[in-house]
Structures are given as structure tokens and as C-alpha cells.
Design a protein around this ligand. Structure first.
Ligand code: ZN
Length: 68
């Protein structure tokens, strides 16, 4: 099974490659990653907030280093 990495197939199958999403910019798989951030509430308390982010080569460095 080709992984949809050819340029012609990339755009057409970007979303439907067996659940995988390939980033059109860096051509790597976009993975959903669960992140925990500390968010300050209105009462001034810090509380963990869980969220899912899409990670690919474009933003993994920023996310891993906590910039995003
Ligand atoms: Zn990317």
C-alpha cells in the first residue's frame, strides 16, 4: 500500500489515507498528541488543561519546546 507520498496523490488523499493525515507542507504524518498545559483561571489558580494538538515536522520543535 503506497503511503500517498507522491506529489500527485498527496493533495487528493491528504485526509483519506487510512486515517493518516499527511501535512502538505513537510510531507510527514500529522499526529494527534495530547498536551498538558498549565492555565491560569480567573481566580488566579493554575490548573492543568488537556488538549489535543496536531504535530508534524512544521511545528513539532515549537510544541516540544513549549512555544505553542
Ligand atoms: Zn507540516
Amino acid at each position: 500500500m503506497p503511503k500517498g507520498r507522491s506529489f500527485s496523490a498527496k493533495l487528493a488523499h491528504e485526509i483519506s489515507t487510512e486515517g493518516k493525515v499527511i501535512c502538505p507542507k513537510c510531507d510527514t504524518e500529522i499526529k494527534k498528541v495530547k498536551l498538558v498545559r498549565n492555565v491560569k483561571s480567573k481566580s488566579g489558580k493554575w490548573a492543568p488543561k488537556y488538549e489535543f494538538v496536531d504535530i508534524c515536522k512544521c511545528n513539532e520543535k515549537d510544541i516540544m519546546s513549549g512555544k505553542l
